[in-house]
Design a protein around this ligand. Structure first.
Ligand code: ZN
Length: 81
């Protein structure tokens, strides 16, 4: 990983209060997320939190959705019942 990539992650990443992302085995994993208007975004876990390629500056609902999924996968299943 180059220095510029790390610097970009620090600037763009939204820290997670739920998940310790530093050293997490899923760092570098990207999740496709379908937005409310059917548009597609990608949430990625980086060392310093999560990034999303949507235009929101604040931590967006796409990131929060992935956080919830990782924090408690069973919770997502229960919603479907
Ligand atoms: Zn987003």
């Amino acid at each position: 990983m180059s220095i510029s990539v790390i610097a970009q992650d620090i600037i763009l990443a939204h820290r997670s209060e739920i998940i310790e992302t530093r050293g997490h085995h899923m760092v570098g994993v990207r999740w496709p997320v379908i937005g409310s208007r059917g548009d597609k975004y990608h949430v990625e876990m980086v060392e310093y939190g999560f990034t999303c390629d949507c235009i929101a500056y604040a931590k967006c609902k796409h990131i929060k959705g992935v956080e919830r999924l990782l924090a408690d996968p069973l919770d997502e299943n229960q919603k479907l019942v």
